[in-house]
Design a binder for this molecule. Structure first.
Ligand SMILES: *Cc1c(COP(=O)(O)O)cnc(C)c1O
Length: 355
């Protein structure tokens, strides 16, 4: 069985050494030494400051909204994983969808301003499939209307924009370190804050609001990363070079073989590729379904990332539908992409994609 991705399992011996350390100290969670070490190493690796590790990418979004005081409604993209929208709704914030650009699949900055209402407090764009949003336009609109920006960077681990980390954009950027993501800690995530004060408050908030003097200083929740998660992250981080090299080979191979047969996502010219996804866009839903069925028959499971377009979610009040996002969602398929994907399978996937 070939799935869209396969969780990366790092060197077992090294992981055991970290686990031995955890057994020695019996420090299992609550900002332990491995969480501290991973924080430092990720800040260095990504070239960012104020990085706070949390237990998953969904709580990363929720905590970021809370810290930044987001309420009322928020402008967001309908073309993403459901957590971008559900995290808002869960926090009592109304998502206002703005359609995407049909080529980049990211929120269309030219449509953002028209959607802003008196209740709007933030913009939550997504660097979908690791492709940078139009951050300059979005930041300038946010500044003009006094809105916060929180980027869902779940797909953008390690991506550079104009030579610097894309993840330093906005008031906050969140990451997901779920097992299926490019870099993972089994389950996990992070928030990268622009301001140190926001980082400090978030650090209390993820531990029930308890401060260093053991006083309850804030309304909090439990969103801490534990030491076993950090141990996995430290091991995977050591192997990022090889992971990226192997992914880039597969990505390039797909691109060369398929670029004349299907439409590919137009990537921002000034951002690097982290090779996290390989989305292909067919000319019709019928062709997509035919290709997908043929792959499934051969034990290959690509995924319809992202379908449905999130404006169609059953728990939202029916509103105007986002036509571009709805159309892309109907025709997009992400092909299997992970370091140990066998070459013969890759060729089979390419042949079926051309059906
Ligand atoms: C994976 C993902 C999330 C959620 O992250 P979890 O760590 O699984 O909670 C949020 N947004 C996007 C775009 C994602 O792909």
């Amino acid at each position: 069985m070939i799935n869209i991705t396969k969780p990366y399992l790092p060197d077992r011996k090294k992981l055991n050494e970290y686990i031995d350390k955890i057994y020695d100290t019996a420090w299992l969670t609550n900002n332990g030494p491995l969480v501290q070490e991973l924080t430092k190493r990720l800040e260095e690796y990504l070239g960012v400051e104020n990085l706070l590790l949390v237990c998953n990418g969904t709580l990363a979004l929720q905590v970021a909204y809370k810290v930044l005081g987001i309420k009322g409604n928020t402008i967001t993209t309908p073309f993403s994983f459901v957590a971008t929208t559900s995290s808002l709704v869960w926090e009592g914030i109304e998502p206002i969808f703005v359609d995407i650009d049909p080529d980049t699949f990211c929120i269309d900055p030219f449509k953002v301003e028209d959607a802003i209402t008196v209740k709007t407090t933030a913009i939550v764009p997504v660097h979908v499939f690791g492709n940078a949003c139009e951050v300059e336009e979005i930041e300038s609109i946010a500044k003009k209307h006094n809105l916060k920006t929180i980027y869902d960077g779940a797909h953008a681990f390690g991506v550079k924009y104009k030579g610097e980390s894309l993840l330093s954009c906005g008031d906050a950027t969140t990451l997901s370190f779920h097992a299926t993501k490019l870099f993972h800690t089994i389950e996990g995530g992070a928030i990268i804050f622009k301001n140190r004060e926001d980082y400090e408050r978030a650090k209390l908030m993820i531990n029930f609001g308890i401060n260093d003097s053991n006083l309850i200083a804030e309304l909090g929740i439990n969103a801490k990363m534990n030491e076993f998660q950090a141990a996995m992250g430290l091991c995977v981080l050591d192997e990022m070079d090889i992971i990226l090299e192997q992914r880039s080979e597969i990505w390039d191979y797909y691109e060369n073989a398929l670029k004349d047969h299907v439409q590919l996502q137009k990537r921002h010219l000034q951002c690097t590729n982290n090779y996290s996804y390989f989305p292909v866009l067919f000319e019709s839903k019928e062709r997509l379904m035919k290709v997908k069925a043929a792959m499934n028959t051969n034990g290959i499971n690509p995924r319809r990332y992202f379908s449905p377009s999130l404006d169609n979610l059953g728990y939202l009040k029916p509103k105007e539908l986002q036509t571009v996002s709805g159309d892309i969602a109907n025709r997009v398929l992400c092909l299997p992409l992970y370091p140990s994907l066998p070459i013969d399978k890759m060729k089979e996937i390419i042949d079926i994609s051309k059906l």
